[in-house]
Design a protein around this ligand. Structure first.
Ligand SMILES: [Zn+2]
Length: 212
């Protein structure tokens, strides 16, 4: 069932690991089939190095399991909350990538310090809630809003969304890069965002979806 969608989720999961943005069993990846509304999502507590396409679960928009050898990700409520809010989103990547997590500990939004961030930043920060809880899911969906692509989770990591799971991965990579640049610039003595008037022009030219 939905073999292509599950393969996309597996491929992005492996890419996250290759990019050193996911370790052990941390982070989770999902993709939604626009026609049926069904969601393919990584399983809970299976290390990436042994993950197979048959381990990827299929769930309904309400989070009920339709197919899978394992429980779906413990962060399933976060994924389903975003899909319910955002018909334009068909892929989600949640990471504990290092610099995005460092920035989340500062508990501040990530300003637009890099060119890719101009298309979807500044990145808001959702307040800390218990991992896997509906309260966290609600805060993440609220902070992502009706047009956002990326949100930091206080003392936890980041969640990135896209029209496909591949686009969500790109957004996660740009979020991590932006957080790393912001952190290093701050250490080096100054964190200067791109001026607002240029951000508006860059958004008009590239368009969020095209650039992501
Ligand atoms: Zn997490």
């Amino acid at each position: 069932m939905l073999a292509g969608l599950r393969k996309q989720v597996l491929d992005v999961s492996m890419e996250l690991r290759r990019m050193q943005m996911a370790r052990g069993t941390s982070g989770n990846v999902s993709a939604r089939d626009p026609e049926s509304g069904l969601i393919a999502i990584t399983p809970s507590a299976i290390p990436y190095e042994v993950l197979r396409v048959t381990d990827i679960a299929i769930i309904t928009p309400a989070g009920e399991i339709i197919h899978g050898n394992h429980r779906p990700s413990s962060e399933t409520p976060m994924h389903t909350a975003v899909y319910r809010l955002r018909p334009d989103v068909n892929g989600i990547v949640h990471t504990h990538s290092l610099y995005a997590t460092v920035f989340s500990v500062l508990n501040k939004e990530l300003p637009v310090v890099t060119v890719p961030l101009a298309t979807f930043g500044p990145v808001p920060i959702a307040p800390f809630r218990l991992p896997g809880s509906q309260a966290l899911a609600d805060e993440v969906a609220r902070c992502l809003g009706v047009a956002g692509k990326s949100v930091l989770l206080q003392n936890h990591g980041a969640l990135c969304a896209g029209s496909t799971v591949g686009k969500a991965l790109e957004c996660a990579a740009y979020t991590e890069e932006g957080a790393q640049v912001a952190y290093l610039a701050h250490l080096a003595g100054g964190l200067n965002p791109i001026p607002d008037e240029y951000i508006a022009v860059m958004r008009d030219i590239s368009g969020t979806e095209k650039a992501l």
